[in-house]
Design a protein around this ligand. Structure first.
Ligand code: ADP
Length: 627
């Protein structure tokens, strides 16, 4: 038997195209060929279970070997094999809907994955790295003859009688000059580790020897013999393929270590398992985030029937869940189509909301069953929960019941608990609730103490997400606003009707203001006289909440835009009811008045870390003189 023919595609030069445009991703040839081999073993297993194959199944496996001298890589399996007819049908007629369409589309394709999956070119990816490809195969079917197929990368192929004596397929790649990097144990091992680590049948790469006990020697000590054992490189039943009831915590933790050997143990995990309306399994872990969440991203691995596809899951997993680690396996995610298509895909949308819901449910459960443990983990979870609330409305709706607010005394409250706690004292004269927060407790200590003195609670909002979280809370919570503790003097943070009386006359007030204007004399500092509690500080420097927030936002967006370019503007609040102010007024010496005003102003700056450089030196010298 010998037959020559032409691979039936309508475009002559498909291989140069494959080679040229798929070059950057050439390593996936191995994934494609190994996946085909695995599929072949799964198919024979299925045929056997359906009673359509009655022979021995044997140990189903896929073997990869290479020969540096002959410059070949061989992938063999004991799957269902192919008859010559099947080769013609499956291999020769490239299984895509039309080569013409392919040639038109390849220009837009961004990577090899896109082309290969879309056009069913799995097998042909071999030609990215090989000048010539050979298939030796023997079908499982009764009376099947072994067949041999060879093709040199042109559209010409040749089918002859084959040599295989056992069921299965052996594919030999004659590696081309540009691809010799793949003729290395190290390189092949690396690719196999990446794509084949969790395939469902044993993947054997090369051979290794091992010593086994074989009786005893003359002295009665155990005797060892060297035997060849297979070097199976994969874990054929990773935990996401098992039922949660079969698994213990140790199994989840061990699997986490297997995936991320250098990471700390995760906080907890979720086992995903759906088969309707889409098929998806996986395990998602909550890592210890701390505050550096950027480096934690892109750790979720996406699989399709245990074949690794990518760790770029950006369009499949909601943005805020990108902080999670773990694996997702779904044959229903269209892996090989363009990004924009993926975002519009209804399965992807369903998967998105399924995962979001599972994550929210898990957090709700932890909160409900073990509030103490939940609070202990809050530093890590909090960042994630807030991120989720800010970015996904559906998540907000669930998380509003388990998000925690932490105050400067390190006490945690749910939103409702906090509202109940502060409403009696922190409601202003218009019925608006005011939550007070600090983003830097040490710098804002003086303000925090003043606020606490008034009976106000101060929330700690010092994580990178908090700026956004605060604005979001304001939008969501009814009649509630948030103010940073240094946005105003404590007496003015929450507008009430009980403002203390002025002790100064209007004339005295104008005079005081003039003295401070002259003493401070800096355009960024606007002096205002207020009648505050006599035991509040004589001078306080504040920055308006709105202005500051706009600047913070602009800074986060790279410091651009209108607000980013505004200079800092501060308000200098003079407490007209403070003894020092009366003292300044009464002094007859103008020089002393100015000195005292300046001293009080510098103290206000000092308490906020705003006094630096030459001004600090001047302050120290003046203080020494005054003493
Ligand atoms: P796809 O896998 O997307 O169908 P391929 O080009 O990779 O496209 O393979 C085409 C067909 O060739 C497969 O569907 C299968 O029927 C057959 N085939 C490929 N490799 C093997 C193998 N190792 N054993 C048996 N059949 C195979």
């Amino acid at each position: 038997m010998q037959e020559k023919g032409t691979i039936s595609i309508h475009t002559e030069n498909i291989f140069p195209i494959i080679k040229k445009f798929l070059y950057s991703d050439t390593e996936i040839f191995l994934r494609e060929l190994v996946s085909n081999a695995v599929d072949a073993t799964q198919k024979i297993k299925r045929l056997a279970s359906l009673g359509q194959y009655n022979g021995e199944l044997g140990d189903l496996r896929v073997e990869i070997a290479f020969d540096e001298k002959a410059k070949t890589i061989t992938i063999s399996d004991n799957g269902l094999g192919m008859t010559a007819e099947e080769i013609k049908k499956y291999i020769n007629q490239i299984a895509f809907s039309g080569a013409t369409e392919f040639v038109e589309k390849f220009k837009e394709a961004k990577d090899a994955n896109e082309i290969i999956g879309r056009f069913g070119l799995g097998f042909y990816s071999a030609f990215m790295v090989a000048d010539k490809v050979e298939i030796e195969t023997l079908s499982y079917q009764d009376g099947a003859e072994p067949a041999h197929w060879t093709c040199d990368g042109s559209t010409e192929f040749e089918i002859t009688e084959g040599t295989l004596a056992e069921r299965g397929t052996e594919i030999t790649l004659h590696i081309n000059a540009e691809s010799e990097e793949f003729l290395s144990k190290h390189r092949l091992q690396e690719i196999l580790d990446k794509y084949c680590r969790f395939l469902p049948v044993p993947i054997v790469f090369g051979k290794k020897t091992e010593s086994v006990e074989d009786g005893v020697d003359e002295e009665g000590k155990p005797k060892y013999n060297d035997v060849e054992v297979d070097n199976v490189i994969n874990n054929t039943s990773p935990i996401w393929t098992k039922a949660p009831s079969e698994l213990k915590d140790e199994d989840y933790l061990a699997f986490y270590k297997e995936l991320y050997p250098f990471s700390e143990d995760p906080l907890f995990w979720i086992h995903l398992n759906v088969d309707y309306p889409f098929n998806l399994t996986g395990v998602l872990y909550f890592p210890k985030l701390k505050k550096d969440f950027e480096i934690q991203r892109n750790k979720i691995k996406l699989f399709s029937r245990q074949v690794f596809i990518t760790d770029e899951v950006k369009d499949i997993v909601p943005e805020f869940l990108m902080l999670l680690h773990g694996v997702i396996d779904s044959p229903d995610i269209p892996l090989n189509v363009s990004r924009s298509f993926l975002q519009a895909d209804s399965n992807v949308k369903k998967i998105n909301s399924y995962i979001t819901k599972k994550v929210a449910d898990k957090l709700a459960e932890l909160f409900k069953n073990d509030r103490k443990g939940y609070e202990e983990k809050w530093t890590d979870i909090g960042l994630f929960v807030k991120y989720g609330m800010v970015s996904e409305d559906k998540f907000y709706d669930k998380a509003k019941d388990f998000v925690l607010l932490t105050n400067t005394a390190k006490e945690n409250f749910t939103l409702t608990e906090y509202k109940d706690k502060v409403a009696p004292v922190q409601t202003d004269k218009d019925g608006q609730l005011v939550y007070i927060y600090t983003n830097d407790p040490s710098k804002q200590d003086a303000f925090i103490q003043s606020a606490n003195k008034k009976g106000y609670d101060v929330l700690l909002m010092d994580s990178p997400i908090d700026t956004h979280f605060i604005s979001h809370l304001e939008q969501k919570l009814e009649k509630t606003s948030l103010k940073r503790v240094d946005a105003d003097v404590a007496d003015k943070l929450i507008k009430k009707d009980d403002a203390p009386e002025h002790v100064l006359t209007e004339e005295q007030g104008t005079k005081v203001k003039a003295i401070f204007d002259k003493a401070i004399n800096r355009p960024a500092y606007k002096v205002e006289l207020e009648s505050l509690n006599p035991d509040e500080l004589p001078v306080t420097v504040t920055m308006d909440e709105f202005m500051r927030r706009m600047k913070d936002m602009a800074a986060m967006g790279g410091g651009m835009g209108f607000y980013g370019n505004m200079p800092d503007n501060y308000k200098v609040v003079i407490n007209g009811n403070h003894k020092l102010v009366s003292r300044i007024l009464q002094d007859e010496n103008e020089e002393v008045q100015l000195q005292l005003a300046k001293q009080a102003f510098d103290l206000a700056l000092l308490s906020q870390g705003l006094l630096t450089g030459a001004e600090l030196t001047e302050f120290v010298n003046r203080s020494v003189n005054l003493i």
